[in-house]
Design a protein around this ligand. Structure first.
Ligand code: GZL
Length: 321
């Protein structure tokens, strides 16, 4: 009798697990994504890439625009926990202030993918994988381009005044793009940052802060902007001050959004360091790997280049962002 009961039990267990697998195979993967906002062309392209890739993958995507406010992102993350999503994706607007909500996500056992930006939480056990750019290297690339450009144009020994438009205060890209740039120029004492202030990655604030830099009346030779949107706003301020952008004031940006290419073709910007927003496909691959129980590397960098004024219309027309 006992053997018969055991066989019935085993058969029932196999049927239940088969049904749960079948159910799992039928239902959509549910993904919660807490996006920073829509502060720049880069962010808009990033959102489009995520939405398109998730739609093509057939995910049930719950997408929240945090409007660049940390409290909105924290609320979205808590809502995802309540909804019991399968995977959470997240790009933290700033590095600090996430410990509590991340602990709640970990407690709920929901896999977390960091996309683009990072947090200052110690260790890397709290997330499955981070996909994004090397912001420190982007700052170094901007610094190296400037050193080479000054030497190439015979100004390698001139006293050069640099003004800096920083990204969102406390954000990973703002912290590391500043650090990487300064790491390079520290070996050239004639290259000095004379004014530095946040433009919060937006075009409007970039213009306003550049106006204040110009109003100080000190000579400005170079603008280093942590993203192209602030650089494009600053270009307007430079022109309204009667100066020629890319000539009187060398203009360096980061992101390589289409507006920067158009400005370079118009002779109003010198260089942009690429930071790819097209992370959607890599994000989808990571979600699918997690759902299939596969291992993932902790870090996946996107491949990026430096584009200077000698770009052709062909390059511009071929770009996706
Ligand atoms: C960088 C990204 C930054 C962009 C800005 O990966 O976080 O945020 O450089 C965007 O344009 O606002």
């Amino acid at each position: 009798m006992k053997l018969k009961a055991l066989l019935v039990f085993v058969l029932a267990a196999v049927l239940v697990s088969a049904c749960s697998v079948a159910f799992a195979a039928d239902r959509k993967i549910v993904v919660g994504f807490a996006q920073i906002g829509a502060e720049s062309d880069w962010r808009v392209a990033n959102t489009n890439s995520i939405r398109t890739a998730c739609e093509e993958a057939g995910f049930d995507l719950r997408f929240v625009d945090g409007q660049q406010r940390q409290e909105n992102q924290i609320k979205a993350l808590r809502d995802f926990i309540t909804q019991g999503v399968d995977v959470i994706g997240f790009s933290p607007v700033v590095e600090s202030g996430w410990d509590e909500v991340i602990a709640e996500i970990n407690e709920a056992g929901i896999p977390l993918i960091l996309l683009d930006r990072t947090t200052d939480i110690a260790g890397d056990n709290y997330f499955v994988t981070w996909i994004g750019s090397d912001f420190l290297e982007e700052g170094r690339k901007a610094g190296r381009w400037l050193v080479e450009y000054m030497q190439k144009t015979g100004r390698g020994r001139d006293e050069i005044n640099i003004v800096e438009l920083q990204g969102t205060v406390g954000s990973g890209p703002a912290i590391d793009r500043k650090k990487g740039f300064e790491e390079v120029i520290k070996d050239y004492p004639n290259l000095r940052i004379t004014q530095s202030q946040t433009g919060d990655f937006t075009r409007d604030l970039g213009k306003t802060v550049m106006e204040s830099f110009l109003k100080r009346g000190e000579r400005i030779d170079v603008l280093y902007a942590h993203n192209d949107d602030m650089a494009l706003g600053a270009i307007q301020a430079i022109k309204e001050a009667g100066l020629k952008p890319a000539e009187d004031v060398i203009v360096i940006g980061v992101d390589a959004v289409k507006g920067a290419f158009e400005a370079m073709l118009a002779g109003e910007m010198n260089v942009t360091v690429e930071c790819s927003p097209l992370l959607g496909p890599q994000f989808v691959e990571a979600v699918q790997a997690i759902m299939a129980g596969k291992e993932l590397p902790k870090i996946t960098y996107s491949i990026e280049y430096v584009y200077s004024q000698e770009v052709t219309r062909r390059v511009v027309d071929g770009r996706q962002f």
